[in-house]
Ligand binder design. Structure first.
Ligand code: FES
Ligand SMILES: [Fe+2]
Length: 452
């Protein structure tokens, strides 16, 4: 449980707020490359940390991030014409390059304006299928970080953007909450659930429900995420702070070793402040970034990075985003409202646990169901929420440090390529899981969080 004041600090991201100031110290994604498919394509109107921007790709393929409203008389440049090396405002035809330089002012023949002013423009890097920008103080621009998914052929990479009308922290917390995976995502993670006995009160960590052993009939989609029926119960969590935030191991009982000794099956989730995380997955590198568009709007970027070419539509299907009632790959907005109970199909409950189809659909509607900003002073937390609790604590610590004049957590880390998120590795029970991830920048002293 948090105080009302802590909840405000964590969730408010506009300019002039403590979290808004902290997040502005980082390079952040503003759109996917897929949203700007080619030179002189349609410009994109979007927001980051409560500020409106237009993002466009010029005739040479270079991307610009400009303030949305024209410096002349404030028409939206999102209606502008993108042509001949710049974006032209529709109202009086002023034309701007990607760095905001004014090329033409058709309604004003003197040269002085071009020399004197610029459209506000921000540093841009395009990498890993995303456009990244820095909107913080000019003199504090940090080095651009490097992730493993920036490297390798483009066909091995798929980035999906999902805009959801909730505060970023609800989505971020969902990604650090292991104990919901086997329950909310039952259709995928434990497809045999309907043939099993559903009992309550006998799990170690969740204090909630436990489903019997899976029948092992994992679908091929599920097999991309897990190798066995690991999600039938809540895990024990072991958490360690790292240079960039923290990572945690979800520890579940594994099969007995040949000598009969007990094992753990381990999945490790690195959480890279202020908005990133990796998800342990078998078939590909799997990253998620929750970029706040505003206090109650979030752009989620889901990154799949395979060793071989990946099929975009297959990734959309896997995430449960193929249903155009909820989402499409053009505007990327997640649509669901209470008029039809957030699109839930309760008639399917006999064979469909949630009444939704797919992980992202389930995660997004649950986050929406909490309202735009959760009142965290009214929660009742249990040990299984320790991953979520650590996220809040590290974010609050980072804000506190920054407000005291220090650098925020993770700002000094620029090389993320060696950070690992192993999935379903078997180790002797009680052994040291950190040795599986020597490059994860652990700071020592992991704490075991789950109740026995
Ligand atoms: S408002 Fe944009 S050119 Fe006048
Ligand atoms: Fe989830």
């Amino acid at each position: 449980m948090l105080s009302v004041e802590e909840n405000e600090i964590l969730t408010r991201v506009r300019a002039g707020t403590p979290m808004g100031r902290m997040m502005r110290r980082f390079w952040l994604p503003i759109c996917s490359s897929h949203q700007l498919p080619g030179p002189d394509c349609d410009p994109l109107r979007t927001k980051l940390l409560g500020e409106p921007f237009v993002v466009f790709r010029d005739s040479g393929g270079k991307v610009g991030v400009l303030d949305e409203f024209c410096v002349h008389r404030r028409a939206s440049l999102a209606l502008g014409r993108v042509e001949d090396g710049g974006i032209r405002c529709l109202l009086h035809g002023w034309k701007f390059t990607t760095d905001g330089t004014i090329l033409e002012t058709p309604n004003h023949c003197a040269e002085n304006v071009k020399q004197k002013i610029k459209q506000p423009a921000y540093p841009v890097r395009e990498a890993g299928g995303m456009v990244w920008t820095y909107i913080g103080p000019k003199e504090q621009e940090p080095p651009f970080p490097h992730y493993a998914f920036f490297d390798g052929p483009g066909e091995n990479l798929v980035v999906l953007r999902i805009n959801t009308a909730v505060n970023y922290l609800q989505l971020y917390e969902g990604g650090t909450d292991s104990s919901h995976v086997g329950i909310l995502h039952m259709n995928m993670m434990n497809p045999g659930w309907k043939d099993q006995t559903f009992t309550s009160g006998d799990t170690k960590a969740s204090g909630g429900v436990k489903v019997g052993e899976s029948d092992g009939t994992l679908s091929s989609k599920t097999a991309m995420y897990v190798s066995a029926d690991l999600f039938a119960s809540a895990p024990d969590l072991s958490i360690e702070d790292t240079e960039y935030g923290y990572h945690y191991a979800a520890l579940r009982d594994g099969p007995n070793a040949e000598d009969g000794s007990e094992t753990w099956s381990v999945r490790i989730t690195p959480v890279m402040l202020p908005i990133g995380r990796m998800i342990p997955a078998i078939a590909f590198g799997f990253y998620v970034f929750e970029a706040p568009m505003d206090d109650t709007e979030t752009a989620t970027y889901v990154v799949f990075h395979g060793k071989e070419a990946l099929d975009r539509q297959a990734m959309i299907d896997t995430m449960g985003l193929a249903d155009e009632r909820f989402w499409n790959d053009r505007d990327c907005n997640f649509r669901a409202g209470w008029d039809d109970r957030l699109g839930q199909d309760r008639a399917s409950f006999g064979h469909n646990w949630s009444g939704y189809t797919g992980i992202e659909q389930e995660d997004a509607v649950i986050a929406l169901s909490m309202g735009p900003i959760v009142d965290r002073s009214k929660e009742y937390l249990v040990p299984a929420d320790e991953g979520v609790i650590r996220l809040r604590r590290r974010l609050l610590d980072s804000v506190k440090r920054h407000e005291a004049g220090e650098d925020p957590i993770a700002l000094a880390v620029t090389e993320y390529a060696d950070i690992d998120a192993p999935a379903d590795i078997i180790i002797p029970k009680g052994s040291d899981w950190q040795s599986l991830v020597p490059n994860n920048m652990g700071l020592g002293r992991p704490t075991k969080a789950a109740a026995e």
